[in-house]
Design a protein around this ligand. Structure first.
Ligand code: HPA
Length: 250
């Protein structure tokens, strides 16, 4: 099996169960990735982990060097990538703690460098992005989730917003009209760059709050609650990642 790359988002800066850990600082033609790459064995399989926001969770979503991150994972041999993200739930039935493997994306971000094909060292090209996630990796994630005894939501539209502020209630209403079920800040351009690089990339989204104006959040979102939910949920995510790496769902 090809080397599995894992991108960790908010609340997942390391994987506790990694064995034989080795860290390597890589540089790419696009600059340095968010952090050193962490290589190790997870349930017997070689994986490489990258903390998307940096080791101390210091890099804001719009400042992340997505190109360097994806290129570094590619250059170290990762071909399969699981991207863990936190998200707000737009659909009312997606409660904090719900886990989603989305199958579609709407990109509401702006001003982010979003392609490798910028004509500087890679000539213009186009990639098909009709299905933005790799079905093989989505399937692996879903089966691993089932093996871990988790109920993962299969499918849904991830709306990528600019951040770092959370959305207004009206923005979320508009996104709901567009068909978005969850909202996060980092899925794009990451997913598109992964496609350009030919990686088999899928997302495991952790719902950590009801989105702005949804459910009990008519008047605001309690940020302290988000951290608590995320801390607990990431332990479950680590179990699922172990199942993915160890060949469950393979
Ligand atoms: N909006 C955008 N990104 C997020 C949210 C949210 O409500 N929760 C976690 N990441």
């Amino acid at each position: 099996m090809p080397l599995l790359g894992i991108i960790g988002g908010s609340g997942l800066n390391r994987i506790a169960a990694l064995e034989d850990v080795r860290r390597e600082i890589l540089s790419t033609p696009y600059g340095e990735p968010s952090a050193a790459l962490t290589f190790g064995r997870l349930r017997g399989a070689e994986v490489v982990f990258l903390a998307r926001h940096g080791d101390g969770h210091v890099i804001a979503p719009h400042r992340i060097n997505y190109r360097a991150n994806i290129r570094a994972l590619h250059d170290c041999g990762a071909r399969d990538v699981v991207a863990v993200t936190t998200a707000g739930g737009i659909l009312e039935d997606l409660e904090p703690g719900a886990l989603v493997v989305p199958d579609q994306i709407i990109d509401y971000t702006h001003g982010r460098t979003s392609t490798f094909f910028d004509g500087v060292d890679q000539p213009l090209d186009h990639v098909d992005f009709t299905q933005p996630f790799c079905e093989t990796m989505r399937g692996r994630l879903l089966r691993a989730g089932a093996d871990a005894g988790e109920r993962l939501r299969d499918g849904g539209v991830y709306g990528a917003t600019q951040g770092p502020r959370l959305e207004t209630a009206a923005e979320i209403r508009r996104m709901a009209c567009d068909g978005a079920g969850i909202v996060g800040m980092t899925g794009m351009p990451e997913a598109a760059l992964a496609r350009e690089m030919g990686l088999c990339y899928a997302m495991l989204a952790v719902v950590v709050n009801a989105a702005a104006g949804v459910g009990g959040n008519r008047d605001g979102i309690a940020l302290g609650d988000i951290r608590a939910v995320s801390g607990a949920a990431m332990k479950r995510v680590e179990v699922i990642l172990g199942m993915v790496a160890g060949g469950h769902g393979g």
